[in-house]
Design a binder for this molecule. Structure first.
Ligand SMILES: Cc1cc2nc3c(=O)[nH]c(=O)nc-3n(C[C@H](O)[C@H](O)[C@H](O)COP(=O)(O)O)c2cc1C
Length: 206
């Protein structure tokens, strides 16, 4: 089996994003369990708001590259910001575009049988658990397997140190645990290699 690669990202472009910090903690747990972690910048994949008429005229080049990026990874580790009880519009838009097949493509190539781990945080006490749940629903519908282990954690403004790590060892273990579990499931996932396309895709090793 080739090296298992997980695309780790937060659903935000916000410079000081709490969810980016959290997903990086989880990603360290996955890396320690022996998988490769890849990150990317949303600014390199700027997509217009999904519009069926746009699609009719041809997929934006950024969408094609984003689809290739997803397709090139065995799994995803996602930090989910919550906006009004749902995932961020950035994530929803990107997933909507990626769910659309280019002519001749099999349905859901970016998502089918991918293995996904979710973490979330927000300044509130519930830690964006509703946003997290909305991503679970969406990705499950698209054919991904979202592992049951997840970690929503509240009070985002207080829980990270200056280096972006979780201060509380128990919280840190919980976040790393989601990443580690994702890596473990992937190692035993029968469809792991069948889900990965080797078409060129950007992203950088974390
Ligand atoms: C339009 C909007 C709606 C929001 N709705 C929620 C919400 O429903 N629940 C919540 O916990 N936080 C909510 N927040 C606060 C975000 O969780 C907070 O801005 C968080 O820092 C975003 O994640 P990030 O730090 O990764 O960018 C909302 C923020 C905005 C701008």
């Amino acid at each position: 089996m080739s090296t298992l690669k997980i695309l780790a990202f937060a659903g935000t472009q916000r410079q000081a994003s709490f969810n980016r910090k959290l997903v990086r903690v989880a990603a360290r747990g996955a890396a320690a369990a022996g998988v490769e972690i890849v990150e990317f910048e949303w600014s390199e994949y700027a997509m217009p708001l999904y519009d069926p008429d746009l699609e009719t005229h041809g997929f934006p080049e950024s969408v094609l590259r984003f689809k290739a990026l997803l397709a090139a990874h065995h799994g995803f580790l996602i930090g989910v910001p919550e906006y009004n009880g749902l995932m961020s519009p950035l994530l929803k838009n990107a997933f909507d575009w990626a769910s659309r097949p280019v002519p001749g493509e099999k349905p859901m190539v970016c998502f089918k049988h991918k293995v996904v781990g979710l973490v979330s945080t927000s300044p509130g006490v519930f830690g964006a658990v509703l946003g997290l749940a909305s991503v679970r629903t969406l990705l499950t519908r698209l054919g991904a397997f979202v592992i049951p282990e997840q970690y929503p954690v509240g009070e985002a403004g207080k829980i990270f140190d200056e280096a972006g790590d979780l201060r509380d060892p128990k919280q840190k273990a919980a976040a790393e645990g989601v990443g580690a579990r994702l890596a473990t499931v992937l190692k035993h996932w029968p469809e792991a290699n069948a889900t990965v396309s080797t078409n060129s895709a950007a992203g950088s090793k974390a």
